[in-house]
Ligand binder design. Sequence first.
Ligand code: ADP
Length: 192
Amino acid sequence: MNLVLFGPPGAGKGTQSKLLTAQRGLPQLSTGDMLRAAIEAGTPLGVACKALMAKGELVPDETVIRIIGQRYDQPDCKDGAVFDGFPRTIAQAEALDTMLAERGRQIDLVLELKVDDAVLLSRVETRIKAGGVLRSDDTPETLAHRLEIYYRNTAPLIGYYRQQGKLKTVDGMAPVEAVTAQIAAILNAVPG
Ligand code: ADP
């Protein structure tokens, strides 16, 4: 099964992807994690993306399409994957559909985690108050910018996937376990 976890920054996509990986053995393909790993390792890709990511801008479509394609061809994706934070633009969604079609596959389901802006902002503020290691893009100002970009570039994917009949919406403001339960109920209803 190939799933897309979709939603605004801080909606809980990473948390739910990790649970899906643990429960269903589908690898989590997070472009954000891959890019942060490249920055950490100081690769040319990381160097090229660092400033854009810190500002909350998107990195170029070709970049993420390439790294997702390479990652998806690893043997652990033979039964599918959970796409987390990808696609983020219509061009990325079209490239993903093409890549999967070339391999005789398709996106089976898109799970949209719906969370109000005010809740997203309060989640960032809670993380800041809690201290610890924060991402460079985890500030209220950068979040506001990431949200603008989300509504402009990424939210149109809701229509794209709804038209394909693949979109399922989940209340992302419920407690983590309740979100997990909603996702499990949706997946259990998928035939096969
Ligand atoms: P979040 O979901 O909290 O915004 P991510 O880890 O998914 O966090 O992404 C962090 C940053 O990485 C984004 O703001 C963007 O700069 C970059 N990024 C991740 N995925 C993509 C993508 N598919 N297309 C373009 N940029 C991306």
